[in-house]
Design a protein around this ligand. Structure first.
Ligand SMILES: Cc1cc2nc3c(=O)[nH]c(=O)nc-3n(C[C@H](O)[C@H](O)[C@H](O)COP(=O)(O)OP(=O)(O)OC[C@H]3O[C@@H](n4cnc5c(N)ncnc54)[C@H](O)[C@@H]3O)c2cc1C
Length: 670
């Protein structure tokens, strides 16, 4: 009979025990856990502090008793493994409450000890208001501190996943939060423009960002940065990374790997044939990179725990390796990555390129459409997808998972172009953002649409002068544009080519990159030879400058729209709209702009009121005077066509679709 002992009882360890029991009814299975809990949801800790998860008990997925009942596993909590006697196959332990020493015999041992947050040796780091977050105890300490001391300001040191989740949590608990990050932007592993999107969201919610800045010392009510800046801090969270827990393995003489983790083979066996490793403590070959990496994430830990149990019980399951798929939500914004970033691919000498698209997560005419950003990294020679990043509000997670499958399956961008993705108006697009990204990549690879990402443009511009051509409408242009650019809206580009010189280096951009491509085709068709479409257009430009300074072009952005936690109620919005309608001249037509509030803020037809398409149905039910002449418009005329149907359905009798902004402007001039 196998005697399986597992050291560590959370993600990898508990999964290993459960799998082992399913595979073998008679194996003796034992979990040794140093802490007070097994199988708890450490990924959920920030959401309890922030208040999204109300009940602490929801975070404890199994107690030692329930785990034993379900999986007939002896669970020993407060039990630290102190020594592995590999020759006699015995683990020595000590009970942290009583000091009692025990031994456990094994035939197979699984190490699932995870890691620990890095504790920087900083002056002041040992004070009571300075925390790290890794366990339920840590969570309880932070929670009690907030309840008892009522801190007004918080400093989060480190802009990685946990730091950003905790930023949101502290803001939800009413604190003014500042984030200190040594790298040029938060989420340092992501591309700058994806991180820039997240940063804009944080600033919108009133978070102060200190990037490219290092912490020097922690005072009782503030922190001091290395450049002398003082930042108020009633509470400090240190969240600067994780180090694998390797002391026991090292002292037992197990081999360590080149990436600083426990060395395992493809079956997760360590240098001892009877000992397996799983989770945050191991290193493994990255599927795309082909190099050993440590990826401390819950998904890989769970899968590795399962595989280690299978192999400990005689199977020969080879682990394919991680690809580093990870995702974060900060306030409403979501960003994620999978596989290699462009910078990581190029740093490894891979001849890679990337493209960016922004497209609504479902049809633009159906209410609630949100822009989703896709950045796809591919091998230039083969078109194989090496990685990708997504950002947005809704739909970013779905596209990230598609990219993860593409990376893991070594699909090419052309494979992605031809895949049917799920579509109905409220749920997707007949031409999904994923298909679009693939087309754009194909066009870049074939040379049909020379494109550069903002990052590449920034580097390319060193020592060069370029003409920027902004093909958006005049409102959007007036709000913000690259300094020195000429505004020629796409509709009049063909008839205004004489404003441009044929031999100039030209960067053409619209809002998303889509019309920029169209403009590029017009220009190349007219003999312009040195033209590039700005991949991702103005959205990417603004995301990039939000994350990187200095850049080799000038783009002054308006301050991000202020957002508050907890939206105003629908009824309040209706009253606000009614007031606005009353303010308009009661005799002329009521002009309704059905674009989003953000688009509206960039500029609108004089006298128009903004009711975004999402809210039109609700407002239409409540608005009086349905006989008044009403004109709807949006950017292109598509959303207003849908809005027309809504208003008609709610009894508006004199309503018409005014079309897109350009058409409305021409009409107003007449
Ligand atoms: C706040 C937070 C949020 C997170 N959010 C996400 C997320 O959203 N997505 C994601 O993918 N990942 C997330 N993670 C990371 C994820 O939780 C870890 O990658 C995962 O838990 C690793 O599992 P593991 O089993 O390897 O290690 P752990 O879960 O750390 O478990 C290791 C266990 O081993 C025990 N142990 C160590 N040494 C000994 C010893 N000598 N004797 C006995 N027991 C020992 C420890 O007490 C510990 O309980 C988050 C982590 C935290 C802390």
């Amino acid at each position: 009979m196998e005697k399986i002992v597992i050291i560590g009882g959370v993600a990898a360890g508990a999964t290993a025990a459960a799998k082992a029991r399913r595979l073998s009814a008679d194996a003796q299975i034992t979990i040794l856990e140093a802490g007070a809990d097994i199988s708890f949801a450490n990924c959920g800790l920030p959401y309890y502090i922030g208040g999204d998860i109300k009940s602490r008990s929801k975070l404890i997925l199994q107690s030692p008793e329930s785990f034993n009942d379900e999986y007939q596993t002896a669970v020993h909590i407060y039990t630290t493994a102190t020594e592995i006697d590999r020759e006699n196959k015995i683990v020595h332990t000590v009970d942290s409450r009583t000091g009692e020493k025990k031994t456990f015999e094994y035939t197979k041992l699984i190490l699932a000890q995870g890691g620990k947050p890095i504790a920087p040796p900083l002056p002041g780091a040992d004070q009571d208001h300075v925390f790290q977050l890794w366990t339920l105890d840590d969570m309880d300490r932070i929670n009690s501190f907030i309840e008892n001391e009522k801190p007004k300001t918080a400093v989060v040191v480190g802009g990685g996943f946990i730091g950003l989740e905790m930023t949101e949590a502290f803001a939800k608990r009413g604190m003014k939060v500042s984030v200190i990050e040594m790298m040029p932007h938060v989420m340092g592993i992501m591309e700058a423009e994806i991180a820039g999107f997240i940063q804009q969201e944080m600033i919108s919610y009133g978070v102060d960002l200190y990037t490219n800045k290092a912490l020097a010392e922690i005072g009782s009510k503030n922190v001091k940065l290395k450049d002398g800046t003082i930042v108020n801090a009633d509470l400090v969270l240190l969240s600067i990374g994780v180090r694998p827990t390797l002391k026991l393995a090292q002292e037992s003489g197990l081999a360590m790997g080149e990436a600083g983790g426990l060395l395992v083979d493809s079956t997760l066996r360590t240098s001892d044939e009877n000992i397996y490793g799983a989770g945050d403590m191991i290193e493994f070959e990255h599927r795309v990179l082909g190099k050993k990496v440590r990826i401390p994430l819950a998904g890989p830990a769970n899968r590795q725990g399962r595989i280690a149990a299978e192999n400990a019980l005689g199977k020969n399951h080879e682990y394919s390796g991680p690809i580093g798929t990870s995702i974060v939500r900060v306030f409403e914004a979501v960003a994620g990555m999978t596989g290699l970033s462009l910078k990581a691919a190029r740093a490894e000498g891979i001849d890679a390129d990337a493209i960016v698209v922004h497209k609504e997560h479902h049809t633009s005419y159906y209410p609630g459409a949100e822009m989703v950003t896709l950045l796809v990294v591919y091998d230039k020679a083969t078109g194989i997808v090496l990685g990708g990043q997504t950002a947005g509000y809704a739909g970013a997670d779905r596209r990230l998972d598609v990219l993860a499958v593409a990376v893991a399956s070594k699909l090419t961008v052309s494979d992605l172009a031809d895949i049917d993705f799920a579509y109905s108006p409220p749920l997707g697009n007949a031409n999904d953002a994923m298909n679009m990204a693939a087309y754009v990549a194909e066009n870049r690879i074939s040379g049909f649409s020379p494109t550069m990402t903002i990052n590449e443009i920034d580097a390319y511009l060193e020592g060069k002068k370029a003409q920027w051509v902004d093909v958006r409408d005049v409102f959007e242009f007036e709000k913000a544009h690259v300094e020195g650019s000429v505004n020629i809206p796409i509709e009049i580009l063909s008839s205004n080519l004489d404003q441009l010189k044929k031999d100039q280096l030209i960067f053409v951009y619209d809002k998303t990159g889509k019309k920029g491509h169209q403009a590029l085709r017009i220009l190349t068709g007219a003999g312009f030879a040195n033209v590039f479409n700005v991949s991702g257009g103005f959205i990417s430009l603004s995301n990039y400058v939000s994350a990187v300074t200095p850049v080799r072009f000038v783009l002054d952005l308006p301050a991000p729209v202020e957002k508050t936690l907890g939206e105003s109620s629908k009824e309040e919005k209706v009253e606000a709209v009614k007031e606005k309608v009353k303010e308009e001249a009661p005799t002329g037509p009521l002009i309704i702009d059905v674009r989003t509030a953000e688009e509206f803020s960039y500029g609108a037809i004089p006298g128009a009121i903004n009711i975004p398409l999402d809210e039109l149905e609700y407002q239409a039910k409540k608005l009086d005077n349905k006989e008044r002449e009403t004109i709807l418009y949006c950017a292109s005329g598509a959303r207003s066509a849908y809005g027309l149907q809504i208003l008609k359905a709610y009894g508006f009798t004199k309503v018409e679709n005014g079309g897109g902004i350009s058409r409305m402007m021409a009409r107003m001039k007449r």
